[in-house]
Design a protein around this ligand. Structure first.
Ligand SMILES: Cc1cc2nc3c(=O)[nH]c(=O)nc-3n(C[C@H](O)[C@H](O)[C@H](O)COP(=O)(O)O)c2cc1C
Length: 163
């Protein structure tokens, strides 16, 4: 017996997460990207991070075979970019949100942080693949990060300091 899908997703929606846009460029020069909240650091030595991508996503084949990818941690004012990179069927790069940055990968200027990775491993995770990246370059910005919780975008300022 396992938890009902609705109960599982409702429960996990209560867990705050970062909002990132993951990008790569394939061998033909085509750019790919998707919005994710399943981003986490994994290891310090070696420096590894992970992000999970649904196997049915239109971007899955491109990322599963990518040699490099970029994690853009969006800042509090960048929810529009998150919506664009989650939108099906549209050219997510048409609005010009990204520029070539670390390792030449598409980066979001003024992101809260950026982490440029080489692909370490792609691990099976049920209906998702876990993309494990070795961090080759990192940038920490000044702006507060955007947060996703209870199925909505939130600003960290809305949270009170815990006692
Ligand atoms: C805030 C937010 C977080 C998301 N997190 C993930 C995620 O961690 N993994 C994932 O595969 N898709 C995630 N998605 C959905 C993808 O951005 C995208 O919509 C999905 O891959 C379907 O895209 P497709 O049209 O390319 O198939 C998230 C969407 C939003 C708005």
């Amino acid at each position: 017996m396992s938890v009902a899908p609705e109960e599982f997703t409702r429960t996990m929606a209560r867990v705050p997460g970062p909002v990132v846009v993951v990008t790569t460029v394939d061998r033909t020069g085509r750019r790919w990207g998707f919005t994710a909240s399943s981003f986490s650091s994994l290891s310090i030595a070696p420096p590894l991070v992970l992000v999970c991508l649904g196997k049915s996503a239109s971007t899955h084949a491109a990322f599963a075979s990518a040699d490099y990818f970029m994690i853009n941690v969006l800042a509090e004012g960048q929810a529009d970019i998150a919506r664009r990179f989650a939108c099906s069927g549209a050219d997510r790069f048409a609005a010009g949100d990204t520029l070539p940055m670390e390792l030449g990968l598409p980066g979001v200027p003024d992101a809260a942080a950026r982490v440029a990775c080489s692909m370490d491993r792609v691990v099976d995770g049920g209906d998702h693949s876990v993309l494990i990246g070795r961090v080759e370059a990192a940038f920490a910005g000044e702006d507060a990060p955007l947060v996703y919780c209870d199925r909505s975008f939130q600003r960290p300022e809305a949270l009170e300091v815990a006692r």
